[in-house]
Design a protein around this ligand. Structure first.
Ligand code: MN
Length: 241
């Protein structure tokens, strides 16, 4: 029995090496495991399930194949692919998860998040996030012609890149107090998230007891994943891409 967690692959046409690494990961590591969780920013950008690029279709059918072999696959939105919808999930044999979600991981209640909501020091980003996650705004965007949305995505990306260049490092990381607050709300001692591109295992205190936060790594120079088996602490693993 094994459960795997990955996030922040940022799949895109300009990085076929990451797509290849993901397809290899599915074949070599995910095939045959019990559950696979993808905790957001799986794709670098997403403007609607109707786009159906060759990359998206390749990834969907590879995931479905793993699902059909018996692995349950769960997908959570990130800040870049929050418009992934039920149509894609159905094609990919995956189930969409809310952010946050608490799951039972072989007896240990575990909080799963993408992680961007933990970065509360970035007030400007949190405002932007609230707008992007508004269902009415999303419906309005998805109703626009595909070409308009493609143009919008290009502009958003340029704005985001320009803004992040001037930001202090600490703003882009999680706020420790927010982590504790999020873990104490459901009363859990374990959190798994991505987003910050700072893969690590952090010990902290929540609910007056020792707690642990597992941060997944982004797939840029390395393939990162968290492996969980019953009765053992989760293991953060990687290999060069
Ligand atoms: Mn992210």
């Amino acid at each position: 029995m094994t459960t795997l967690f990955i996030s922040d692959l940022h799949l895109e046409e300009s990085r076929p090496d990451i797509t290849d690494a993901f397809l290899a990961f599915l074949k070599d590591r995910a095939m045959g495991v019990e559950r696979l969780y993808i905790l957001g920013d799986f794709f670098e950008a997403w403007i609607g399930d109707d786009e159906r690029t060759p990359l998206q279709e390749t990834v969907a059918s590879a995931l479905r194949e793993v699902n059909e072999s018996g692995t349950e696959i769960f997908l959570m939105h990130g800040n870049r692919d929050f418009l992934i919808g039920e149509a894609f999930c159905k094609r990919a044999g995956t189930t969409l998860l809310d952010d946050p979600t608490v799951v039972d991981l072989y007896g240990t209640p575990t909080l799963l998040m993408h992680g961007d909501s933990l970065c509360t020091a970035d007030v400007e980003y949190q405002k932007f996030r609230a707008n992007m996650r508004n269902p009415q705004w999303q419906q309005m965007i998805l109703a626009r012609p595909l070409e308009d949305r493609q143009q919008m995505a290009r502009q958003l990306r340029e704005i985001s890149m320009a803004k992040n260049q001037g930001k202090a490092e600490t703003i882009m990381d999680v706020t420790p107090e927010e982590v504790v607050k999020e873990m104490e709300a459901p009363g859990v001692q374990r959190l798994i998230h991505g987003h910050t591109h700072r893969p690590a295992i952090h010990d902290l205190k929540a609910n007056g007891k020792p707690a642990r936060r597992f941060v997944l790594g982004d797939w840029d120079s390395h393939v990162w994943w968290l492996q969980v088996v019953p009765g053992e602490e989760p293991e953060l693993k990687n290999h060069p891409l």
